[in-house]
Design a protein around this ligand. Structure first.
Ligand code: 13P
Length: 259
């Protein structure tokens, strides 16, 4: 029912020439990905260039953030309409780096999710606890709060158009990962909440990706967990060979979907 998805989050990396080269190498290495959907999220400045490279390929283009308004006096912001016009199909929202360094609130993230959906962009809503929150036994409380707030008020038909990414903050860029079973436990909890917010059927259709130090050598073990539907990849997505390996290892076996 769920085809795994692997999303490259390049973060603030990729000047134009590098971005074109990296996107081209990924495109060449994943001409017809089987059993996995693949997306690349470059910085805003490289979206148009990467869109050209990906044209005609099954790889999707995504952005790393958007504003909730269509247009207006919002200096430095980019609207979902602008992203859709460039060919973006998805947008990462509520990434912990934005929650923490840019002080994004749950309410802002909720508005962004709703705005992205209005423009037919698939939101990839990120949730995750800090090391301290995990130590205090607050993991489920934190991710529940972020999930409920980010998706509040969405009708069931919009809920199924969202993708969730569980990214424990302590695993991002640190080389530490949640174990596949730790991640699967949180994914299972999130799926239970999604059933409450929509229905059991819609919850089964929503992908929950894992992110946080996913590398070629651990991607396969995450993929084996039925509750993990792919990966949101930071550092390792900056090397074409690593990202291609992760995508291949995340693919559903023999093209089957999860569940
Ligand atoms: P790393 O893969 O570099 O840990 O980053 C994960 C991430 O933040 C993806 O959004």
């Amino acid at each position: 029912m769920r085809t795994p998805m692997v999303v490259a989050n390049w973060k603030m990396h990729g000047r134009l020439a590098e971005a074109r080269e990296l996107a081209q190498a990924v495109r060449d290495g994943l001409k017809r990905p089987r059993g996995v959907e693949v997306a690349i999220c470059p910085p805003f400045t490289a979206l148009a260039a990467v869109a050209e490279v990906l044209a005609g390929s099954p790889l999707m283009l995504g952005a790393q953030n958007c504003h909730w308004e269509e247009s207006g006096a919002f200096t430095g912001e980019v609207s979902p309409a602008m992203l859709a016009e460039l060919g973006c199909r998805l947008v990462v929202l509520g990434h912990s780096e934005r929650r923490h360094s840019s002080r994004e609130t749950d309410e802002e993230i909720r508005r962004k999710v709703a705005a992205a959906l209005r423009h037919r962009l698939q939101p990839v809503l990120c949730v995750g606890e800090t090391a301290e929150e995990r130590r205090q036994g607050l993991t489920f409380t934190v991710v529940e709060g972020q999930l409920r707030a980010g998706l509040a008020g969405l009708p069931a038909e919009d809920l199924v158009r969202c993708t969730i990414a569980y990214e424990p903050v302590w695993a991002i860029g640190t080389g530490l990962t949640a174990t596949p079973s730790q991640a699967a436990e949180v994914h299972g909890y999130l799926r239970g909440l999604l059933s409450e917010l929509g229905s059991k059927e819609s919850a089964q259709a929503i992908r929950i990706l894992y992110g946080g130090s996913v590398k070629p050598d651990n991607a396969g073990s995450f993929a084996q967990e039925p509750e993990i539907d792919g990966a949101l990849v930071g550092g390792a997505s900056l090397q074409a060979a690593s990202f291609i390996t992760i995508a291949k290892k995340s693919a559903a076996k023999s093209g089957a979907s999860k569940e």
